[in-house]
Design a protein around this ligand. Structure first.
Ligand code: HAM
Length: 438
């Protein structure tokens, strides 16, 4: 019986991993430049961390979470997001007691039982940051600036992106805003889809997220959260926007942006791509000033964002073609045991000299092995019995076709070996062009 990967979860194949590695390296560098340090939390947490932290009534927890029991009956969950885990770790390890701001970042797989489609899978990978310990609106802007800087680093054109920003205020503001929304929507109940009719009593702010055509007239005319902010939250939001102006970051005020997780307070934002279709959010985030306290820590404000790696790959795969070639592919010529033994020894020496190398283990003809080498490597190293008798091999630059003898003794000395592999100005491998020592 053939077993496939689980629906919505996929293998990232060796052709794709160079792009992933490139993105991960760029993300780590950008996060590091903004002072964030990596935190790695487990993929499995107690399920109640998310029901309490993210919210029992959210789709992420209520409908999409992978929950199971351990052998003692403890309900566990595959993490659907990382903010709650970061906050748990922050409290558990007393990071607040170290004073100052905790600036933490993460990269890794998350799990949500959603309907798989373009840009949406059941195992997906997030990169994200969380800054805990300051209410300063400049920090909201800094986190948004980081997301924008990251996209610049990755070469994403500004025109292809748009930033949506909103403020949903503090707990008190949201109580008043929900009431205003109910008052507006209740008389329009019949225009709303069945999901939104249910949301009307449970959480009317979620209705603003609905994409169904029939619900749009009621949403378009709905009251705006920024008109229900208390003076502190209003001043905070104005400062965030003024910092964004200062940093030259363009944004759209989007009154329907409320985000799907319950912990948000004040600033919320999404950075979207025009190339992504329905799932257009490259990343999303905001403030969560009550979450640390809600999870049992001291009152501590926080702000952060997370983005989906798969969506980055979708928008970048056309632009970035990264191919990784081996430095050397070793082709033993003939069947002599000594030739094959020398090939294995040469590969080991090359690798210790920091050159990536592989051996033709499939025993193909020299012609076929050379063809394979051209796909896999920059150079081929031919080892035949006559050359071996003279203590040398033939190094071939596979792009120019030039060859040069390589004395085997050089393999024992990285310093003497390296000049053979240094590219010349015209891009050819130096040794292979006869420009090296040989
Ligand atoms: P989120 O909006 O649920 O927020 O997810 C953030 C990003 O993860 C989305 O914008 C999207 O790029 C990606 N994403 C989410 N679900 C999927 C999926 N099923 N398939 C592929 N990509 C997906 C959070 O998770 C918050 N923890 C963000 C945050 C951090 N807020 C404050 N700090």
């Amino acid at each position: 019986m053939k077993i496939s990967a689980v629906r919505g979860m996929r293998d990232i194949l060796p052709e794709e991993t160079p792009l992933w590695q490139h993105l991960e390296a760029e993300i780590r560098t950008a996060f590091g430049l903004y002072g964030f340090r990596e935190l790695r939390t487990p993929l499995v947490e107690e399920a109640q961390l998310f029901s309490r932290g993210v919210g029992e009534a959210t789709d992420v927890v209520h409908k999409e979470m992978y929950v199971f029991q351990d052998k003692k009956g403890l309900p566990l969950a595959l993490r659907p997001e990382a903010t709650a885990s970061v906050v748990r770790a922050y409290i558990e390890h007393g990071l607040y007691a170290k004073g100052g701001l905790a600036k933490l970042y993460y990269l890794g797989p998350m799990f949500r039982y959603e309907k798989p489609q373009k840009g949406r899978s059941r195992q997906f990978h997030q990169y994200g940051v969380e800054a805990l310990g300051s209410l300063d609106p400049a920090l909201d802007a800094e986190v948004i600036d980081l997301s924008s800087y990251l996209m610049e680093r990755l070469g994403l054109a500004r025109e292809g992106l748009f930033l949506r920003v909103n403020s949903i205020g503090c707990k008190g503001d949201r109580v008043r805003y929900r009431e205003a929304l109910r008052e507006h929507l209740e008389p329009r109940r019949d225009e709303l889809c069945p999901d939104c009719q249910r949301r009307l009593s449970e959480n009317p702010m979620r209705i603003l997220d609905c994409k169904r055509e029939g619900c749009q007239p009621a949403i378009r005319t709905a009251p705006r959260s920024i008109d229900h902010l208390c003076p502190d939250c209003r001043a905070h939001f104005q400062e965030v926007l003024s910092h964004l102006d200062l940093l030259g970051i363009q944004y759209e005020l989007d009154h329907t942006l409320v985000r799907g997780l319950d912990y948000y307070t004040r600033t919320v934002f999404e950075l979207c791509s025009r190339d992504l279709g329905a799932q257009d959010a490259l990343l999303g985030g905001g403030r969560y000033d009550d979450l640390v306290e809600l999870l049992g820590g001291p009152p501590t404000p926080g702000v952060g964002f997370a983005g989906g790696m798969e969506r980055l790959v979708l928008v970048l795969q056309g632009q970035l073609k990264k191919t990784e070639k081996l430095d050397v592919y070793i082709v033993p010529v003939g069947q002599e045991r000594e030739v094959w033994r020398t090939a294995a020894w040469a590969a080991s020496r090359l690798r210790r000299a920091g050159l990536s190398a592989d051996v033709e283990y499939l025993g193909r003809s020299v012609r076929k092995a050379t063809q394979a080498a051209a796909q896999l490597a920059r150079c081929a190293l031919f080892l035949g019995p006559e050359e071996l008798a003279q203590g040398q091999a033939t190094l071939k630059d596979l792009s120019s076709g030039k060859t040069v003898p390589l004395p085997l003794e050089k393999l024992s000395s990285p310093d003497e070996l390296h000049p053979f592999f240094e590219p010349e100005e015209n891009g050819d491998v130096k040794g292979g062009c006869g420009g090296g020592q040989g």
